[in-house]
Design a protein around this ligand. Structure first.
Ligand SMILES: [Zn+2]
Length: 361
Protein backbone atom coordinates (compact mmCIF):
# COMPACT_ATOMS: atom_id res chain seq x y z
CA UNK A 1 0.00 0.00 0.00
CA UNK A 2 1.57 3.28 -1.02
CA UNK A 3 1.17 6.39 1.01
CA UNK A 4 -0.36 7.97 -2.08
CA UNK A 5 -3.32 5.59 -1.88
CA UNK A 6 -4.65 7.30 1.18
CA UNK A 7 -7.00 10.16 0.59
CA UNK A 8 -8.22 11.88 3.71
CA UNK A 9 -10.08 15.11 3.20
CA UNK A 10 -8.55 16.80 6.21
CA UNK A 11 -7.43 20.42 6.18
CA UNK A 12 -3.97 20.70 7.75
CA UNK A 13 -2.61 18.29 10.41
CA UNK A 14 -0.35 16.69 7.84
CA UNK A 15 1.97 15.05 10.37
CA UNK A 16 -0.87 13.54 12.37
CA UNK A 17 -2.59 12.23 9.26
CA UNK A 18 0.66 10.76 7.99
CA UNK A 19 1.37 9.15 11.35
CA UNK A 20 -2.07 7.52 11.53
CA UNK A 21 -1.89 6.31 7.95
CA UNK A 22 1.53 4.83 8.61
CA UNK A 23 0.15 3.06 11.68
CA UNK A 24 -2.60 1.49 9.57
CA UNK A 25 -0.16 0.53 6.84
CA UNK A 26 2.25 -1.15 9.25
CA UNK A 27 -0.54 -2.52 11.45
CA UNK A 28 0.95 -0.79 14.48
CA UNK A 29 -2.19 0.54 16.04
CA UNK A 30 -2.72 1.61 19.62
CA UNK A 31 -5.68 0.35 21.58
CA UNK A 32 -6.61 3.84 22.61
CA UNK A 33 -6.02 7.29 21.18
CA UNK A 34 -6.71 10.65 22.69
CA UNK A 35 -7.29 13.44 20.16
CA UNK A 36 -6.85 16.78 21.91
CA UNK A 37 -7.42 20.24 20.46
CA UNK A 38 -9.84 23.17 20.10
CA UNK A 39 -13.32 22.70 18.71
CA UNK A 40 -13.73 22.78 14.94
CA UNK A 41 -10.12 21.93 14.26
CA UNK A 42 -10.65 18.53 12.58
CA UNK A 43 -10.32 15.92 15.34
CA UNK A 44 -13.64 14.17 14.72
CA UNK A 45 -13.12 14.27 10.99
CA UNK A 46 -9.68 12.70 11.38
CA UNK A 47 -11.16 9.98 13.62
CA UNK A 48 -13.83 9.34 10.99
CA UNK A 49 -11.28 8.93 8.18
CA UNK A 50 -9.11 6.79 10.42
CA UNK A 51 -12.03 4.45 11.11
CA UNK A 52 -13.14 4.46 7.47
CA UNK A 53 -9.62 3.48 6.41
CA UNK A 54 -9.68 0.53 8.80
CA UNK A 55 -13.03 -0.68 7.51
CA UNK A 56 -12.78 0.21 3.80
CA UNK A 57 -12.78 -2.65 1.32
CA UNK A 58 -9.91 -1.03 -0.55
CA UNK A 59 -7.60 -1.46 2.43
CA UNK A 60 -5.51 -4.54 1.66
CA UNK A 61 -5.76 -7.17 4.36
CA UNK A 62 -2.27 -8.58 3.88
CA UNK A 63 -0.80 -6.33 6.52
CA UNK A 64 -3.02 -7.79 9.22
CA UNK A 65 -1.54 -10.71 11.05
CA UNK A 66 -4.84 -12.36 11.89
CA UNK A 67 -7.37 -13.73 9.44
CA UNK A 68 -8.58 -11.47 6.67
CA UNK A 69 -10.63 -8.55 7.85
CA UNK A 70 -13.11 -9.15 5.09
CA UNK A 71 -13.82 -12.80 5.83
CA UNK A 72 -17.46 -12.11 6.40
CA UNK A 73 -17.98 -10.16 3.24
CA UNK A 74 -15.06 -10.85 0.92
CA UNK A 75 -14.12 -8.17 -1.58
CA UNK A 76 -15.13 -9.03 -5.10
CA UNK A 77 -12.29 -7.20 -6.78
CA UNK A 78 -8.77 -8.55 -7.24
CA UNK A 79 -5.88 -7.17 -5.19
CA UNK A 80 -4.38 -5.58 -8.27
CA UNK A 81 -7.40 -3.47 -8.99
CA UNK A 82 -7.90 -2.70 -5.33
CA UNK A 83 -4.42 -1.24 -5.06
CA UNK A 84 -5.43 1.59 -7.36
CA UNK A 85 -8.33 2.80 -5.25
CA UNK A 86 -8.17 5.49 -2.64
CA UNK A 87 -8.39 4.71 1.04
CA UNK A 88 -11.03 5.24 2.18
CA UNK A 89 -12.74 4.80 -1.18
CA UNK A 90 -15.99 6.33 0.13
CA UNK A 91 -17.85 4.06 -2.29
CA UNK A 92 -17.84 0.59 -0.77
CA UNK A 93 -20.61 -0.43 1.59
CA UNK A 94 -18.30 -0.20 4.62
CA UNK A 95 -17.22 3.35 3.84
CA UNK A 96 -20.78 4.42 3.27
CA UNK A 97 -21.80 2.95 6.59
CA UNK A 98 -18.96 4.73 8.35
CA UNK A 99 -19.80 8.12 6.89
CA UNK A 100 -23.50 7.62 7.59
CA UNK A 101 -22.56 6.60 11.13
CA UNK A 102 -24.33 3.24 10.82
CA UNK A 103 -21.39 0.83 10.57
CA UNK A 104 -22.14 -1.93 13.09
CA UNK A 105 -18.52 -2.14 14.25
CA UNK A 106 -18.09 1.59 14.72
CA UNK A 107 -19.61 2.95 17.90
CA UNK A 108 -20.09 6.69 18.24
CA UNK A 109 -20.59 8.05 21.73
CA UNK A 110 -21.68 11.61 22.22
CA UNK A 111 -23.31 13.52 25.04
CA UNK A 112 -27.06 13.35 24.51
CA UNK A 113 -28.84 16.58 23.64
CA UNK A 114 -29.68 18.69 26.68
CA UNK A 115 -27.53 16.53 29.00
CA UNK A 116 -24.49 17.79 30.88
CA UNK A 117 -22.54 14.54 30.77
CA UNK A 118 -22.04 11.40 28.77
CA UNK A 119 -24.03 8.98 30.92
CA UNK A 120 -22.73 5.87 32.63
CA UNK A 121 -25.36 3.90 30.69
CA UNK A 122 -23.77 5.00 27.43
CA UNK A 123 -20.39 3.70 28.60
CA UNK A 124 -21.90 0.44 29.89
CA UNK A 125 -23.58 -0.01 26.55
CA UNK A 126 -20.26 0.67 24.85
CA UNK A 127 -18.52 -1.97 26.97
CA UNK A 128 -21.21 -4.44 26.14
CA UNK A 129 -20.95 -3.80 22.42
CA UNK A 130 -17.17 -3.96 22.44
CA UNK A 131 -17.25 -7.33 24.16
CA UNK A 132 -19.17 -8.85 21.25
CA UNK A 133 -17.47 -10.15 18.13
CA UNK A 134 -17.08 -7.74 15.24
CA UNK A 135 -19.81 -8.13 12.66
CA UNK A 136 -18.25 -7.17 9.38
CA UNK A 137 -14.65 -6.39 10.07
CA UNK A 138 -11.54 -7.32 11.90
CA UNK A 139 -11.80 -4.30 14.16
CA UNK A 140 -14.26 -2.66 16.45
CA UNK A 141 -13.78 1.06 16.83
CA UNK A 142 -15.33 3.38 19.38
CA UNK A 143 -15.21 7.14 18.99
CA UNK A 144 -16.10 9.15 22.08
CA UNK A 145 -16.74 12.82 21.32
CA UNK A 146 -16.49 15.51 24.01
CA UNK A 147 -14.86 12.97 26.30
CA UNK A 148 -14.26 15.73 28.84
CA UNK A 149 -17.97 15.53 29.67
CA UNK A 150 -17.65 12.03 31.16
CA UNK A 151 -18.26 11.98 34.90
CA UNK A 152 -16.38 9.97 37.52
CA UNK A 153 -18.49 6.83 37.13
CA UNK A 154 -18.15 7.06 33.37
CA UNK A 155 -14.38 7.33 33.59
CA UNK A 156 -14.18 4.35 35.94
CA UNK A 157 -16.24 2.22 33.61
CA UNK A 158 -14.15 3.31 30.65
CA UNK A 159 -10.94 2.69 32.54
CA UNK A 160 -11.88 -0.98 32.89
CA UNK A 161 -12.19 -1.23 29.12
CA UNK A 162 -8.83 0.45 28.63
CA UNK A 163 -7.23 -1.87 31.18
CA UNK A 164 -8.34 -4.98 29.35
CA UNK A 165 -7.32 -4.09 25.82
CA UNK A 166 -8.35 -6.44 23.08
CA UNK A 167 -6.35 -6.83 19.90
CA UNK A 168 -9.43 -5.99 17.96
CA UNK A 169 -10.60 -2.89 19.76
CA UNK A 170 -9.61 0.70 19.12
CA UNK A 171 -10.98 3.51 21.25
CA UNK A 172 -10.60 7.12 20.18
CA UNK A 173 -11.30 9.75 22.81
CA UNK A 174 -11.87 13.26 21.53
CA UNK A 175 -11.54 16.22 23.89
CA UNK A 176 -10.85 19.93 23.66
CA UNK A 177 -8.25 19.89 26.45
CA UNK A 178 -6.63 17.73 29.11
CA UNK A 179 -8.66 19.40 31.86
CA UNK A 180 -11.14 16.99 33.48
CA UNK A 181 -9.36 13.98 32.02
CA UNK A 182 -8.06 11.61 34.72
CA UNK A 183 -4.33 10.88 34.57
CA UNK A 184 -5.09 7.15 34.63
CA UNK A 185 -6.99 7.55 31.36
CA UNK A 186 -4.43 9.81 29.69
CA UNK A 187 -1.60 7.41 30.51
CA UNK A 188 -3.40 4.56 28.76
CA UNK A 189 -3.96 6.47 25.54
CA UNK A 190 -1.71 7.62 22.78
CA UNK A 191 -2.28 11.36 23.00
CA UNK A 192 -2.30 13.28 19.74
CA UNK A 193 -2.41 17.05 19.95
CA UNK A 194 -4.15 18.98 17.19
CA UNK A 195 -2.89 22.55 16.75
CA UNK A 196 -4.59 25.44 14.96
CA UNK A 197 -4.24 25.10 11.20
CA UNK A 198 -2.31 27.88 9.47
CA UNK A 199 -4.37 30.33 7.47
CA UNK A 200 -2.25 29.60 4.42
CA UNK A 201 -3.11 25.89 4.57
CA UNK A 202 -6.82 26.61 4.85
CA UNK A 203 -6.58 29.12 2.00
CA UNK A 204 -4.74 26.64 -0.24
CA UNK A 205 -7.28 23.93 0.49
CA UNK A 206 -10.14 26.21 -0.58
CA UNK A 207 -8.38 27.15 -3.80
CA UNK A 208 -7.18 23.65 -4.77
CA UNK A 209 -9.94 21.40 -3.48
CA UNK A 210 -13.04 23.57 -3.52
CA UNK A 211 -12.21 25.85 -6.47
CA UNK A 212 -13.05 28.95 -4.46
CA UNK A 213 -12.33 32.35 -5.93
CA UNK A 214 -9.30 34.05 -4.46
CA UNK A 215 -11.48 36.58 -2.65
CA UNK A 216 -13.75 33.97 -1.09
CA UNK A 217 -10.78 31.83 -0.01
CA UNK A 218 -9.06 34.86 1.48
CA UNK A 219 -12.12 35.94 3.46
CA UNK A 220 -13.09 32.47 4.67
CA UNK A 221 -9.57 31.50 5.64
CA UNK A 222 -9.35 34.64 7.78
CA UNK A 223 -12.71 34.03 9.39
CA UNK A 224 -11.99 30.41 10.23
CA UNK A 225 -9.23 31.46 12.66
CA UNK A 226 -7.25 28.24 12.35
CA UNK A 227 -10.33 26.05 12.74
CA UNK A 228 -11.46 24.55 9.42
CA UNK A 229 -14.72 23.45 11.05
CA UNK A 230 -15.70 27.09 11.42
CA UNK A 231 -15.06 27.71 7.74
CA UNK A 232 -17.33 24.79 6.86
CA UNK A 233 -20.04 26.41 8.97
CA UNK A 234 -19.57 29.65 7.04
CA UNK A 235 -19.64 27.87 3.68
CA UNK A 236 -23.04 26.45 4.54
CA UNK A 237 -24.30 29.88 5.55
CA UNK A 238 -25.71 31.45 2.41
CA UNK A 239 -25.97 34.90 3.95
CA UNK A 240 -22.33 34.86 4.91
CA UNK A 241 -21.02 37.33 2.35
CA UNK A 242 -23.84 39.76 3.04
CA UNK A 243 -23.18 39.62 6.78
CA UNK A 244 -19.50 39.93 6.13
CA UNK A 245 -19.96 43.12 4.12
CA UNK A 246 -22.20 44.66 6.78
CA UNK A 247 -19.64 43.94 9.50
CA UNK A 248 -16.79 45.31 7.40
CA UNK A 249 -18.74 48.53 6.85
CA UNK A 250 -19.43 48.70 10.58
CA UNK A 251 -15.72 49.22 11.15
CA UNK A 252 -15.72 52.45 9.13
CA UNK A 253 -19.06 53.50 10.61
CA UNK A 254 -17.66 53.19 14.10
CA UNK A 255 -14.37 54.96 13.59
CA UNK A 256 -16.25 57.66 11.62
CA UNK A 257 -18.13 58.69 14.75
CA UNK A 258 -16.50 61.48 16.73
CA UNK A 259 -18.03 60.85 20.13
CA UNK A 260 -16.89 57.77 22.02
CA UNK A 261 -20.39 57.34 23.38
CA UNK A 262 -21.72 57.04 19.83
CA UNK A 263 -19.06 54.47 19.00
CA UNK A 264 -19.97 52.33 22.02
CA UNK A 265 -23.67 52.60 21.20
CA UNK A 266 -23.00 51.52 17.67
CA UNK A 267 -21.02 48.55 18.96
CA UNK A 268 -24.13 47.55 20.92
CA UNK A 269 -26.08 47.33 17.69
CA UNK A 270 -23.57 44.81 16.29
CA UNK A 271 -23.27 42.61 19.38
CA UNK A 272 -26.20 43.02 21.76
CA UNK A 273 -25.07 44.02 25.28
CA UNK A 274 -26.83 41.16 27.04
CA UNK A 275 -25.38 38.40 24.89
CA UNK A 276 -23.94 35.62 27.09
CA UNK A 277 -20.19 35.43 27.54
CA UNK A 278 -19.32 32.62 25.14
CA UNK A 279 -21.59 33.88 22.41
CA UNK A 280 -20.30 37.45 22.81
CA UNK A 281 -16.73 36.23 22.70
CA UNK A 282 -17.43 34.29 19.52
CA UNK A 283 -19.11 37.33 17.92
CA UNK A 284 -16.31 39.71 18.87
CA UNK A 285 -13.64 37.31 17.68
CA UNK A 286 -15.45 37.11 14.40
CA UNK A 287 -15.87 40.87 14.21
CA UNK A 288 -12.19 41.44 14.94
CA UNK A 289 -11.18 38.97 12.23
CA UNK A 290 -13.22 41.00 9.77
CA UNK A 291 -11.83 44.31 10.96
CA UNK A 292 -8.27 42.98 10.83
CA UNK A 293 -8.87 42.09 7.22
CA UNK A 294 -9.94 45.70 6.59
CA UNK A 295 -6.79 46.96 8.29
CA UNK A 296 -4.74 44.56 6.23
CA UNK A 297 -6.25 46.07 3.08
CA UNK A 298 -5.39 49.49 4.39
CA UNK A 299 -1.80 48.35 4.87
CA UNK A 300 -1.74 47.03 1.30
CA UNK A 301 -2.97 50.37 -0.06
CA UNK A 302 -0.40 52.21 2.01
CA UNK A 303 2.38 50.05 0.54
CA UNK A 304 1.09 50.43 -3.06
CA UNK A 305 -0.26 46.89 -3.28
CA UNK A 306 -3.90 47.80 -3.88
CA UNK A 307 -4.40 45.00 -6.36
CA UNK A 308 -4.29 42.47 -3.51
CA UNK A 309 -7.04 43.96 -1.36
CA UNK A 310 -10.16 41.84 -0.74
CA UNK A 311 -12.62 44.52 0.34
CA UNK A 312 -13.09 46.44 -2.89
CA UNK A 313 -16.64 47.35 -1.93
CA UNK A 314 -15.26 49.76 0.71
CA UNK A 315 -12.31 50.99 -1.35
CA UNK A 316 -13.17 54.66 -0.70
CA UNK A 317 -13.23 54.14 3.07
CA UNK A 318 -9.98 52.20 2.92
CA UNK A 319 -8.34 54.95 0.87
CA UNK A 320 -9.35 57.64 3.32
CA UNK A 321 -8.18 55.56 6.30
CA UNK A 322 -4.88 54.97 4.52
CA UNK A 323 -4.41 58.67 3.90
CA UNK A 324 -5.25 59.65 7.49
CA UNK A 325 -2.71 57.38 9.14
CA UNK A 326 0.99 56.79 8.68
CA UNK A 327 2.36 53.34 7.87
CA UNK A 328 3.81 52.81 11.39
CA UNK A 329 0.45 53.86 12.86
CA UNK A 330 -1.47 51.35 10.77
CA UNK A 331 1.03 48.62 11.59
CA UNK A 332 0.74 49.36 15.27
CA UNK A 333 -3.08 49.34 15.11
CA UNK A 334 -2.96 46.03 13.29
CA UNK A 335 -0.72 44.58 16.00
CA UNK A 336 -3.09 45.74 18.71
CA UNK A 337 -6.09 44.26 16.93
CA UNK A 338 -4.38 40.91 16.51
CA UNK A 339 -3.22 40.95 20.12
CA UNK A 340 -6.73 41.72 21.36
CA UNK A 341 -8.18 38.96 19.22
CA UNK A 342 -5.72 36.56 20.86
CA UNK A 343 -6.62 37.86 24.33
CA UNK A 344 -10.22 36.94 23.64
CA UNK A 345 -9.27 33.28 23.96
CA UNK A 346 -8.84 33.95 27.67
CA UNK A 347 -11.50 34.90 30.16
CA UNK A 348 -11.33 38.64 29.63
CA UNK A 349 -14.43 40.72 28.96
CA UNK A 350 -14.68 40.77 25.15
CA UNK A 351 -16.75 43.96 24.98
CA UNK A 352 -14.30 45.94 27.11
CA UNK A 353 -11.40 44.65 25.06
CA UNK A 354 -13.01 45.76 21.79
CA UNK A 355 -14.11 49.12 23.26
CA UNK A 356 -10.50 49.63 24.17
CA UNK A 357 -9.57 49.25 20.51
CA UNK A 358 -12.15 51.53 18.98
CA UNK A 359 -11.08 54.49 21.08
CA UNK A 360 -7.69 54.43 19.38
CA UNK A 361 -8.87 56.01 16.14
ZN1 LIG B 1 -14.35 1.95 1.01
Amino acid sequence: MNKENFKWEIIGHRQIVHFLQKSIKSDKLSHAYLFIGPEGIGKTKTAEYFAASLFCQETPSFSFSSSSRHDVMPATRGEEEKARGFIPCKKCVFCQQVFKKIHPDLIWIKKEEGKKNISIEQIRNLRERLSREAFLSFYKVAIIEEAETLNKDGWNALLKTLEEPSRKTIIILIASNFKNLPATIISRCQAIKFLLVSRREIYNYFIKNLNFSDKKAEILSHLSRGRPGLAVKFIKDENLLEKYEIETKSFFDIIGKDKLKDRFNFLDTIVKPKTDFLEARESFQNLLSIWILALRDCLLIKTSNSEFIVNNFVKKDLDSLASNYSLPEIKSLMREFIQTKNYLYYNINPRLAVENLIIKF
